[in-house]
Design a protein. Sequence first.
Length: 390
Amino acid sequence: MLGNFSYCNPTKLYFGDEALKYLNDELPKYGANVVLIYGGGSIKKNGIYDEVIEILEKNGKNVAEISGVMPNPTVDKLYEGVEIARKHNADMLLAVGGGSVCDYAKAVSVSVHCGEDPWEKYYVRFEEPECETLPVGCVLTMVGIGSEMNAGAVITNPHTHQKIGHVFADEKIMPRFAILNPKYTLTLPHYQMVSGIYDIFNHICEQYFSGEDDNTSDYISEGLMRSVLHSSRIANKDPQDYEARSNLMWAATWALNTLVSRGKSTDWMVHMLGQSVGAYTNATHGMTLAAVSLPYYRHILPYGVQKFKRFAVNVWDVDADGKTDEQVAKEGLAAMESWMKELGLVMNISELGADEGMIEGIADGTLIMPGGYKVLEHDEIVEILKESLK
Ligand code: NZQ
Ligand code: ZN
């Protein structure tokens, strides 16, 4: 492990089917004015809304609501929420929902007391907040993105076709607490469940496929990936299997709570490609990743053969005997492809609504990250996206 780094993660987690009761321990730490943030209504259908409201009332909170936070939350919705939080003189933000709701709460948190346009400041200029920020708590209902224990907040600007993630530097932007009840995820549609599963797996890949030193983070990542594969196969057959869903929930949190990125330069190009596809199609996040992954990994494989070989052997149990390194590496990706198809993931961007005419725009909107095995040129991005259409 050759890097220099610091590590601090202040988010307190409450895990298990009784986790919500600990909201009673957390709420007294904050002022009376709470803004409850949620999505399009799933929490009203499955009863989580009523449970949360009851606890808020019991704790004497004065509650305002921001509802209708859409998947891939938009900048216009952000402006609307900032106004609601300002009017309510909010002391804290309570996000109840999936990653979009949790990300959105963080974006509101850094914007309420900010005198500038938050899109320009945080998503165009990538600046850090200088103003006071609001504490965020999270009750998670969808598993995948890891927002419950990190400082990331992704916002989409449909006017400019940009979907941008800002990972804030200050750990106080991370949720102060997160309530993880695997039961809450049992009502997710299969499409969202498998999309989230691929998101978890790819978060680990994005950090794993970088660097050449012997790094503890890679061993942890391999363990996490094996756990995700195991549980995903059980959950795919029986989505009501609590044990599998609970393992997926826990793996998702550890996949992107900054632990396995320690000492790594990290890649993140699948996410940059996927997010740009998302900006054009508004497709489900995990599916955009699935649709571009294999063309991307096959493209960079020659630059990172040893790591792809290790991935094949340690994650996919490929037998390396009598084969070249490249053969083993390719077999690993073939095994990944079979698993992705078994889950029913979307394997090309055409199915998500992208077409040939969008390719240049999607390529222009793809941020190029320098940490992986190959720093992509614009032409390579176009080539990968064209391959992803098939
Ligand atoms: O809006 P409601 O009605 O709640 O429905 C949601 C939504 O339609 C539904 N859902 C959530 N929990 C449910 C449920 N339906 C039934 N039962 C439940 N228990 O699921 C749909 C998708 O929810 P969403 O929050 O959009 O999904 P996800 O958690 O995948 O979040 C996606 C967003 O996270 C960003 C993505 O780009 C995207 O904007 N990301 C954030 C990251 C971070 N903070 O670190 C990193 C990720 O790579 C990702 O980019
Ligand atoms: Zn992701």
